[in-house]
Design a protein around this ligand. Structure first.
Ligand code: HGY
Ligand code: MN
Ligand code: MN
Length: 414
């Protein structure tokens, strides 16, 4: 018999609003960088809600949090759902949080409906999905999936030079980093609810996106070193201006991403750090952090290689030194057909419109996929806007997503 979960969208909307106020920035901006005071307060808030729902809480050595609803057969691997609550600076209220608080409300709705799961259902709050502090995204889920080794994690530093190991211990997460990796089969299946972070669903008036693949993210760090000097005294001939050289590389990335012939290829330079950064001083050193993605791994790698060639060419022509470091280059993720079939059945049962689509942002599901079958469920977000304070998802959209998430969790855990 189909479960008819009653989603309490008023309660969920209030909790999303309360979480959004836990920020290092003035509302409506949300800034919640991993291990910051706001992150710790947000974790405490969400953990409190999980405890109220009588979920058993466990936290690993890097802060990944597991809130478990015990199923009838403890022998069976659990069904996982969840996302992240950390946020980049000047972000919005829904990226990640819809999957965490929405996942919690899906569990509460099933509890209220008297559903008894055979497989336990675990809500997971992943540490540091955003790359803000350590330069690499999905830190917690990468470590769970053994994509980031404990040694590589220990080598991570933030801008102030603080090491991950010290910061996580200072935040109260103890235990060895070697214990974060989980074996294949730790979850039977994993399903993440998330805003689309793109315009498609809203434009087409479709309630839900069933994600079939998650784009392949890569990040290349580029450091350009030239010669500094007085902006007035040093004449143009013979200058080795690091920022002028970097500017050529920024444009090279844009041109490479535009010319693959595929709309799925994207290239961005989100960080450009200039030294010494004085208006009357010729830049001697520039750090660029680049973000290159595509649903096709080989096409993405073609852009990466093209950018490295551009670095070598600019270095010779301008007489500067250009060094590159590959921060990450992950494969695209294929979502599980069985979970997608369960999502489809649930959407039909709930009388919701849906379409299959790819995820252009990356997500923790990309790395949970290393240890379990995954899929994602998207809801629309207004204008496709995300990573901005005006990011918005309506109660109707969120309610539909949580309703179908709950029904699907019941199917998978049934
Ligand atoms: O950048 C991303 O795709 C994700 O929002 N961290
Ligand atoms: Mn994000
Ligand atoms: Mn996200």
């Amino acid at each position: 018999m189909a479960i008819k979960p009653e989603v309490n969208i008023g309660l969920l909307a209030d909790q999303l609003a309360a979480l959004a106020l836990i920020s290092e920035a003035e509302p409506p901006q949300v800034t919640r960088v991993v291990f910051s005071d706001a992150d710790m307060r947000a974790r405490a808030y969400v953990n409190g809600l999980c405890a109220e729902a009588k979920l058993q809480l466990k936290v690993d050595a890097v802060g990944n949090t597991f809130a478990r609803w015990e199923g009838g057969n403890a022998e069976l691997a659990p069904i996982g759902t969840g996302s992240h609550i950390d946020a980049i600076p000047n972000a919005g209220s829904y990226d990640g949080t819809v999957g965490v608080l929405g996942g919690l409300e899906a569990i509460r709705a099933l509890q209220r409906a008297g559903f008894k799961p055979k497989r336990s259902i675990e809500l997971v709050i992943f540490t540091a999905e955003e790359p803000t502090r350590f330069g690499i995204g999905c830190l917690g889920s990468r470590m769970m999936g053994s994509v980031l080794s404990p040694a590589a994690a220990r080598a991570l530093r933030d801008k102030e030079g603080n090491g991950l190991d010290n910061l996580r211990r200072h935040a109260g997460f103890s235990g060895e980093l070697e214990t974060v990796a989980v074996r294949t089969g730790r979850f039977h299946q994993f399903l993440e609810l998330h805003i689309e972070q793109g315009p498609l669903l809203e434009e087409r008036g479709i309630d839900l996106g069933l994600v079939t693949a998650i784009a392949a993210p890569a990040s290349l760090r580029i450091v350009v070193e030239g010669e500094g000097g007085h902006a007035g005294g040093k004449l143009m001939p013979g200058r080795k201006d690091a920022l002028a050289a970097a500017a050529e590389l920024i444009l090279a990335l844009e041109s490479l991403a535009r010319s693959t012939g595929a709309v799925d290829t994207v290239g961005t330079v989100g960080i450009c750090e200039v030294f010494p950064g004085a208006v009357n001083s010729i830049p001697s050193k520039v750090r660029l952090e680049t973000d290159i993605r595509d649903t096709d791994g080989a096409r993405r790698d073609g852009v990466l290689e093209g950018l490295k060639l551009a670095c070598a060419e600019v270095a010779v022509r301008r007489g500067v030194t250009v060094t590159t470091e590959l921060v990450n280059a992950d494969p695209p993720t294929l979502c599980d057909v069985e979970i997608l079939a369960a999502l489809e059945a649930s959407a039909k049962e709930a009388d919701r419109t849906w379409q299959k689509m790819v995820a252009r942002a990356y997500h923790d599901s990309s790395f949970v996929a290393c240890i379990a079958p995954v899929a994602m469920l998207f809801i629309p977000c207004r204008g496709g806007v995300s990573h901005r304070p005006d990011e918005y998802a309506s109660r109707e959209w969120i309610g539909a997503g949580v309703d179908v998430l709950a029904r699907t969790l019941a199917r998978l855990a049934g």
